[in-house]
Write a protein that binds this ligand. Structure first.
Ligand code: COA
Length: 150
C-alpha cells in the first residue's frame, strides 16, 4: 500500500482526520467526542494527513501556530497501520513546513506511551515534570512537554 502525504483544509478531509483522532486518542479512554474541542489551544490549526489509495485518512498530525510559537498538538495513525512508517513520514511533512516557513522550534505535550516515538524523530524532554490530568491518569497515561530545535 502506498500513502500520500499532504496538508489539507478540505472540510471532508479535516472531518475524517478529527474522527481518526477521536477513534485513536479519546474513544479508547471513554472520553467524549468534545475532547478535542476542550483541549483546543489558541492559534491557527493546520492538518497534515496521510491518505491511503482510497483517499481515506489513515494518519494525522495537527499543528497549531500562534506567532512564532509552533505546537504539534495531536497525532494519530490508524491503529492497524501503526509501526509502518506513516508517523515518521507525517513528521517529515510537518518538519519541512516549519523549516520552509522559518520557524525555529516546535513543541508538543506527549503521552508517556508515545515519548519514544517523538524521541526517535528528534524531540527531547522540555521539562522533568509530568503533567497529570485525572481523566488520563486513571488509564495510566501521563504527559510531558517535549521540544525540538529545527
Ligand atoms: C505515535 C504514533 C502517531 C506514531 O505513528 P506510527 O505511524 O505508528 O509511527 P511510525 O510507524 O512512523 O514509527 C516510527 C518509529 O517509531 C516507533 N514507534 C511508533 N509508535 C511508537 C510508540 N508509541 N512507542 C515506541 N515506539 C514507537 C516505530 O516502531 C518506528 O520505529 P523504527 O523506525 O525503528 O521502525 C502512532 O503510533 C499512534 O497513533 N499512537 C497512538 C496515539 C498516540 O499515542 N498519539 C500521540 C500522542 S502524544
Amino acid at each position: 500500500m502506498t500513502y500520500s502525504y499532504l496538508q489539507s483544509t478540505e472540510t471532508s478531509i479535516v472531518q475524517q482526520a478529527k474522527q481518526l483522532l477521536y477513534d485513536v486518542l479519546f474513544e479508547p479512554l471513554q472520553l467524549p467526542n468534545t475532547m478535542q474541542e476542550q483541549l483546543k489551544i489558541q492559534g491557527e490549526e493546520l492538518y497534515f494527513v496521510a491518505l491511503d489509495e482510497q483517499s481515506e485518512v489513515v494518519g494525522v498530525m495537527v499543528v497549531v501556530i500562534e506567532g512564532q510559537h509552533v505546537e504539534l498538538h495531536h497525532a494519530a495513525t490508524r491503529t492497524a497501520l501503526r509501526g509502518h512508517g506513516i508517523g515518521k513520514q507525517l513528521w517529515e511533512q510537518v518538519r519541512k513546513y516549519c523549516t520552509d516557513n522559518g520557524y525555529e522550534q516546535i513543541e508538543l505535550v506527549s503521552r508517556n506511551t508515545a515519548m519514544s516515538f517523538w524521541a526517535s524523530v528528534g524531540f527531547e524532554d522540555a521539562s522533568q515534570e509530568w503533567i497529570e490530568r485525572p481523566e488520563f491518569v486513571k488509564h495510566g497515561i501521563r504527559h510531558k512537554a517535549m521540544k525540538q530545535l529545527l
